[in-house]
Write a protein that binds this ligand. Sequence first.
Ligand code: ADP
Length: 359
Amino acid sequence: MGLRMISVRNEYCGIVEKKGGEKAQSQDEIAAAIESENLTKIYHDDIRAVDGTSFSVRSGEIFGLLGPNGAGKSTTIKMLVTLTKPTSGRLRVFGVDVSTSPEAVRAMMGYVPQSLSADGDLSGYENLLIFAKLSYVSKKDRAERISQALQYVELSDRADDLVKYYSGGMMRRLEIAQAIVNRPRVLLMDEPTIGLDPASRTQVWRIIKQLNHEFGTTILITTHDMNEADVLSDRIAIMSVGKIVATGTPADLKRTVGGDIITLQLLSEPPTIIPIEIGKVIQTSDHTIQILTEDGEEAIPLITDYLRGQQVKIESISINKPSLDDVFMKYAKRRLDEEVPLHTTGAIRDRRNIVRHKA
Ligand code: ADP
């Protein structure tokens, strides 16, 4: 990244980056970027799409809104971008109410919808020009803002090509450029990487993180990709049947699912008990023992010391940590499908082999 690009980026949202890449702290960062209080949306045929949700997105954070289809995520986003009105309750963006001041809310907001909104028969530049006009970017600023947005998503050299010849990744980046051309304080992204190949997905993740880090842009994403939610989100809310059923950092939520499972392959019979302060034996067989612990990394040295003291030799150790898939299954899937046994979630835990040695 050249010096010129850094200076363009720093002035992009009018937020000055601190030395060392630390985010600038302002009064706004103390306030909530998005606040909902008992927010409810009932569609005409009595469907409670959003059923009394209360949540808060802090200024400057990346917030993941997760949930199965029909949970109410899109309806929440539609209320935020003022496409539909809440039936009751409150929804505010930086203190501004979406129902009473929709224009002021729209002026602070960028929105990347799931489906393509760009016109394939126009060039990238022409699409951005339309968005710049629609989002009230002044005539004198338009050319510069469009050029900066294109540069930010690395599409400057393809600006004059028709969008129908863009790859999926380029189209998605153009959508992001459209959403940031008005320099929003809050960016909403509905499934930002759906259908993208791994390289394009990583590129979009990088852009999302840069926007958040360099300009302090508050970003709310919805996704069904738990890895994406884990990689990007500072905090997560899980929605199910119109309600928020869990909120927290990815690490906090994973802790609510259960501890780490340590599996040891041994070269002799395992002991039938281990000290309770190390963990709880959940399974033993010929040369295998599985131990449930609160913190796997801390427990492993204690376990290996203990086994050494018992003259038991270890062939390998692996650790299974709860993943966001487990969290999702616990909070969302279970509400919809109570018969799903929770133990099946163990199959999709993150598995890490941390020691493998032959005796
Ligand atoms: P999600 O984005 O989590 O999949 P939605 O917000 O799209 O969930 O939908 C929540 C519920 O509201 C679903 O039952 C859906 O069928 C219903 N719904 C969504 N939009 C409308 C609409 N325009 N009219 C009536 N019902 C709707």
